[in-house]
Design a protein around this ligand. Structure first.
Ligand code: SPV
Ligand code: MG
Length: 436
């Protein structure tokens, strides 16, 4: 065996002829050291891979020509090149143009410093991983696969970015929308089934009047059009005896998490603040509910997240922290801290104090009123999940209202042409030969 080493940087989610070709070529130069991207490094730039790191490693290790697999923790291979000092770096020549060209320049410099060489081979077109990932998503998912994605995302990515959905059509937007930015491709990681928008969409107030069965009908449309994880807004969780059934029903449907809030009596939306009666649940009762839910779930993956309403009810910070401690000790898999304060300072203080007590327990926030704060800043406070809780419905209603009003005003619909999606576009939005 040659004692020269060839470094090859792979995601390894899809094994196709292009990958086999590059491994074969690499093996002609020496022992092939694969730098396999971790979930964390990949999700900074694109969607979560279908297979987790361990699964991908198991596959790649078995490929003929691969000598060793090591984790690549960064999007770029540079730090691994410095660490493993290979004799060669092999790469497809597609990085000569586009976003990879800066990386190429740096890789050439580093390999030169190391006294090594870069081998570029013609890229095999037709097997781009992003296209393969989209094609695979079009086949759909299973409840188990979807359910486990939220925990994987929390491990791999900060923030996990969640958007409210109230229909299959909203689901399609969350599933497919991508914005290419300098630091990679930005997308939503999952969906929030909001009690506020679910109720509002059905013409009901947000007072737990829409039951689980009805909410599930809406969720079913979303499950049909998407593969990303879903967090369910469980309001107060209802009666302790009923909560166990709710958990099992959601888990069976592949929902990743339920968030329940520590209130009793007639539940009113938190954004009313203390202008309505917001009665907090006694701590032991809420802990018992968390406990009952944790006992009921079948898998380890399902998450029960405790939502603290102390700040909404204008109780002191001390109480919010006390409640958080108790809920985590009762088995909650994460804490959602809610506030309608516009500054976000209370949320910041809570996060600081909570992180000092629990360095790794996930924190969820819903920055509706303090929405001047950028995601990066929330992450620097220790936030794991950011929920944009109501924006799809809030966007839809004024748009529809405006069109309806204009038709009445003009006594025809010509004037709303620019406000509406062209007929050709809506006809092709959901082509019959593929679901998305
Ligand atoms: C919801 O979206 O229903 C929520 C978040 O519970 S909030 O409306 O801010 O209370
Ligand atoms: Mg709600």
């Amino acid at each position: 065996m040659s004692n020269k080493t060839v470094y090859l940087d792979l995601a390894g989610d899809f094994i196709h002829p292009g990958i086999i070709n590059i491994i074969k070529k690499a093996a002609e130069y020496g022992d092939v050291l694969v730098g396999l991207s971790t979930d964390e490094s990949l999700t900074k730039h694109r969607r979560l891979p279908l297979l987790n790191y361990e699964q991908r490693r198991t596959v790649v290790e078995q490929l003929r020509g691969v000598t060793k697999v090591v984790p690549q923790e960064d999007w770029s291979c540079i730090s691994n090149l410095k660490k493993y000092r290979p004799d060669y770096l092999i790469h497809g020549d597609d990085w000569k143009t586009g976003p990879g060209s800066n990386l190429r320049k740096e890789a050439f410099e580093v390999m030169k410093e190391l006294g090594g060489e870069v081998i570029e081979i013609p890229y095999t077109y037709g097997f781009e991983s992003s296209k393969l990932a989209k094609a695979l998503n079009a086949y759909g998912t299973t409840p188990d696969l979807r359910l486990t994605k939220l925990r994987r995302l929390i491990e791999a990515k900060q923030p996990v970015r969640i958007l409210e959905v109230h229909s299959g059509l909203c689901g399609l937007i969350v599933e497919n929308l991508e914005v290419v930015k300098e630091d990679g491709v930005h997308c939503f990681d999952g969906m929030w089934s909001s009690s506020l928008t679910s109720s509002t969409n059905k013409g009901k107030p947000d007072i737990e009047a829409v039951d689980l069965t009805t909410r599930l009908q809406e969720l079913n449309d979303i499950l049909e059009t998407t593969t990303k994880p879903i967090i369910y807004d469980g309001d107060t969780g209802g009666k302790l005896e009923h909560f166990a059934f709710t958990v099992r029903t959601l888990e069976r449907n592949g929902i990743s998490a339920i968030i329940i809030e520590d209130k009793v009596g007639l539940k009113q939306n938190s954004l009313f603040g203390a202008t309505v009666k917001q009665q907090l649940a006694p701590i032991p009762d809420f802990c018992a509910k968390i406990h009952a839910g944790k006992n009921a779930q079948v898998t380890d993956a399902f998450m029960i997240i405790a939502r603290i309403e102390a700040l909404i009810a204008e109780h002191p910070m001390e109480e919010a922290i006390e409640r958080a401690k108790n809920y985590v000790e009762a088995g909650a898999d994460g804490i959602m801290i809610h506030s309608k304060n516009k500054t976000g300072e209370d949320i910041h203080e809570f996060c600081k104090r909570f992180r000092a007590l629990f360095p790794t327990v996930p924190i969820v926030v819903v920055p509706t009123t303090y929405n001047h704060i950028y995601e990066k800043e929330l992450v620097s406070w220790g936030v794991n999940i950011i929920i944009y809780a109501n924006h799809m419905l809030r966007a839809a209603y004024p748009a529809m209202n405006n069109v309806a009003r204009k038709i009445l005003e003009h006594e025809r619909s010509l004037e709303v042409n620019d406000d509406c999606m062209p007929i050709k576009e809506i006809l092709n939005l959901i082509p019959y030969e593929k679901q998305r």
